[in-house]
Design a protein around this ligand. Structure first.
Ligand code: NAP
Length: 275
């Protein structure tokens, strides 16, 4: 059994991106907006800032602790018209803020998370110019771990717009046979047990048990849960690792790859905008 070291693979990716940023001759700039004061988002913002400074991307944060919808939309409009290359809106947003309207207000050519309906639509028809960072990170993790996707049965548990759905589209784009499960799925364990590659993004600590996994499967745990202190994934790592041929830990699996993919997308947008 192999533990897939997301931290090491992300570091490798960041080192490569640092060279690509230098070679591009550009000075890409990422703007990150936090509405409210979600503590997890604040932690993620720090790791994004550190990654930017490591590879030479300019980083600007906008903290809006008590912002209204109008203020948020005005800020996005200003950023759309500024020299910023990439705009990221931290999720979750506080109650009272319409997330869909805010995401749609971001200029699609600056939409670093790929959540704008135009970019989501492109993804669905096979254009991955800007793909959402977490699914992109999972694809990179598999590629760099020499795990083939082509022809495999991949089961994705979770169908959110930010992870499960774009993940499924990207797997289809790579010729996997994809099954997507969610909270209304019947006989979940029977389906997960058929997976050659099992990708889990549901936000339920240690939900996937060893009985739900096929011997020799690859298990990718996207979940980040904090039940009473320690950070754990959606997979019962200790038991499942005995059955899997490869598995990602939490922390140190998909998380760092999401940040590295954000850097990759920021550079891609800067290059696209430079013509
Ligand atoms: P989300 O929007 O809450 O969606 C959760 C999905 O899981 C939904 O589709 C839901 O089904 C499904 N689900 C919930 N309970 C289930 C059950 N018992 N059986 C089967 N499916 C179930 O969550 P998300 O934003 O996709 O995030 C999922 C997890 O990934 C969270 O822990 C989050 O913190 C983590 N995450 C990690 C990263 C990273 O970089 N590593 C990035 C993003 C998110 P329904 O659609 O039917 O409700």
């Amino acid at each position: 059994m192999k533990i897939i070291d997301g931290t090491a693979i992300a570091k490798q990716m960041l080192d490569e991106l640092k060279i690509q940023v230098e070679e591009s001759g550009l000075s890409p700039k990422l703007a990150v907006i936090l509405v409210g004061d979600d503590p997890a988002s604040k932690i993620y913002m720090k790791s994004k800032e550190a990654a930017c400074s490591h590879i030479g991307i300019r980083y600007e944060k906008y903290l809006l602790p008590q912002s209204t919808q109008d203020e948020l939309l005005n800020l996005i409009k200003e950023l759309n018209e500024s020299e910023v290359n990439a705009i990221l809106l931290e999720m979750p947003l506080p109650r009272g803020i319409d997330g869909d309207a805010a995401l749609e207000a971001i200029d699609p050519i600056k939409d670093v998370d790929g959540f704008h309906p135009i970019n989501m639509g492109k993804l669905l028809i096979g254009d991955e110019t800007i793909a959402p960072c977490t699914p992109l990170g999972v694809i990179e993790l598999l590629r760099r771990s020499n795990i083939e996707i082509f022809g495999k049965h991949v089961v994705v548990v979770g169908r959110s717009n930010i992870v499960g759905k774009p993940m499924a589209a990207m797997l289809l784009n790579r010729d996997a046979t994809v099954t997507v499960c969610h909270s209304k799925t019947k006989n979940l364990a029977k389906i997960t047990k058929e997976a050659d590659i099992l990708i889990v993004a549901i936000g339920k600590p240690r939900f996937i048990t060893a009985e739900m996994v096929k011997e020799g499967a690859v298990v990718i745990d996207v979940g980040i849960n904090n039940p009473g202190g320690a950070v754990v994934g959606d997979v019962d790592f200790e038991k499942v690792k005995e059955k899997a041929s490869a598995i990602t830990p939490v922390p140190g699996g998909v998380g760092p790859m999401t940040v590295a993919s954000l850097m990759k997308n920021t550079l891609s947008l800067a290059i696209a905008q430079s013509g």
